[in-house]
Write a protein that binds this ligand. Structure first.
Ligand SMILES: Nc1ncnc2c1ncn2[C@@H]1O[C@H](COP(=O)(O)OP(=O)(O)OP(=O)(O)O)[C@@H](O)[C@H]1O
Ligand SMILES: [Mg+2]
Length: 421
């Protein structure tokens, strides 16, 4: 039996900015016995968002087949809430019913909402809860918060899903709101146990350097890990502007946003955007937003903010595309080699006539494998081994691959590894 004792303080320490270290380092993702007991009694101070992560962690352990139980302290009589009281207050004691019975939600206090997100209906519930929270404040806050919140909810539903038991049971994502009345501040966290931003982006971009680079990419306009796939929730192709616009808005509101995915941490504040790699990160992705509410009028309204952000996005994309087209060689592999790309001599010819000279001229290369259903190692190696060798580690930056099937992707990764070692 593994007994996991919650530390005396299970909070995101706040000085100038939030510090997730103590909480994230507590989670043990492997090396546990079959029976796991989580002892909450020792914990004297917690915050709701950290407890929301604890809840996802419990679900994770269940999905791995562990038997999990929590030891809570009895309800305290005085007004000071223990973390066990907070857990009950959020309705988190119902974690098992919510996990295994699809329609179920947490039955917690309405002032500390904890909502499991699996469907559009759940997202709508969360949005209307947020509306209640922001009521009484400047209406522009309310609308803007709703906007950011819905982008985050859609992201977690679209990109952050996690299933187990042969894809029969879905682990919901979580949203938790807290209103810190004294500070006049709202915090909310949207968290999941999905594959994380890096892996998700790598479905469209090869070899993203690390989790931090992935986060930086994700907040750029029109970078999306779901090219060309119709989304089951929105019924549209993802444009890849959700996070760009959201981070812009958060900055204009004078709010703070923290994005954590894998070991990456990005902090968006009104002044700047800073990032770092954590020694121990989160298995999936979470985004935490804190908004200081004022009744002061905002400098701009949502409509203006959105249109400014869209304009900025368009300018940024245009300048990037102009630049990229000028210094990029795009090779449509399917066009040259057909559905089964295996002509090795042809590969060598393209390599010598196109790839190597372009690299010499300083151009980057984008290999588009759309409509190619298979390509053997010998073909890919003939095409890529020499160019990769000539570049060394730079090859990861200068040679990009898109629209490749998982098998082709894997073979190419292997060739990259072989030739940069
Ligand atoms: N919760 C998440 N889990 C995994 N990856 C994510 C998550 N949230 C965002 N991402 C990654 O970040 C990318 C950028 O997100 P963003 O919201 O800006 O664009 P999008 O969702 O692809 O498109 P849009 O929001 O414009 O419909 C996503 O395409 C995805 O690769
Ligand atoms: Mg999105």
């Amino acid at each position: 039996m593994s007994v996991l004792v919650l530390p005396a303080q299970f909070t995101f320490k706040a000085k100038d900015s939030l510090d997730f270290k103590a909480v994230l380092e507590w989670f043990d993702w492997d090396n546990l016995d079959q029976d796991v007991v989580i002892d909450v009694r020792t914990c004297k101070l917690a915050n709701y968002q950290a407890l929301a992560l604890l809840l996802l962690y419990v679900w994770h352990l269940k999905s791995k087949g562990h038997a999990v139980s929590l030891e809570l302290s009895p309800s305290s009589q005085d007004s000071r809430q223990s973390p066990s009281d907070m857990w009950r207050r959020m309705g988190a004691v119902g974690w098992s019913q919510v996990l295994y019975e699809r329609g179920n939600q947490f039955k917690g206090s309405t002032v500390k909402p904890l909502i499991a997100i699996r469907s559009r209906d759940d997202a709508a519930t969360a949005l209307s809860k947020a509306e209640e929270f922001a009521k009484g404040f400047n209406v522009e806050y309310e609308k803007t918060l709703q906007y950011v919140l819905s982008e985050l909810l859609y992201n977690t539903m679209e990109h952050g899903q996690r299933w187990f038991n042969n894809n029969r049971i879905q682990i919901p994502s979580i949203i938790q709101f807290t209103w810190y009345e004294k500070r006049n501040e709202i915090s909310f966290i949207v968290a999941d146990l999905g594959i994380g931003i890096k892996k998700h982006l790598e479905m469209a971009y090869p070899a993203v350097e690390d989790d931090l680079e992935a986060l930086r990419m994700a907040i750029k306009p029109q970078i999306s890990g779901t090219f060309g796939k119709l989304n089951s929730y929105s019924g549209k192709n993802n444009a890849g502007v959700g996070l760009y616009i959201s981070t812009n808005i958060v900055q204009k509101l004078g709010s703070e946003m923290y994005l954590v995915s894998g070991q990456g941490l990005l902090h968006v504040s009104p002044r700047d955007i800073t990032g770092k790699l954590l020694t121990k990160g989160w298995l999936g992705t979470f985004v935490l937003v804190t908004v200081k509410l004022t009744d002061k009028k905002l400098p701009v309204n949502l409509h203006e903010m959105l249109s400014q952000a869209r304009d900025a996005a368009l300018r940024e994309i245009a300048s990037r595309e102009g630049k990229e087209l000028a210094d990029k060689l795009v090779v449509d592999v399917g066009n040259y080699f057909g559905k089964y790309a295996e002509n090795k001599e042809g590969a060598i010819e393209i390599r010598d006539r196109k790839l190597l000279p372009s690299l010499q001229e300083g151009k980057d290369i984008l290999l588009d494998f759309a409509n190619v259903s298979s390509a053997p190692h010998s073909f890919l190696s003939a095409l890529l081994a020499t160019p990769i060798k000539s570049l060394g580690m730079l090859a990861y930056r200068r040679i990009k691959v898109t629209n490749a099937t998982p098998e082709i992707r894997e073979t190419i990764d292997y060739i990259f590894d072989e030739n940069t070692a």
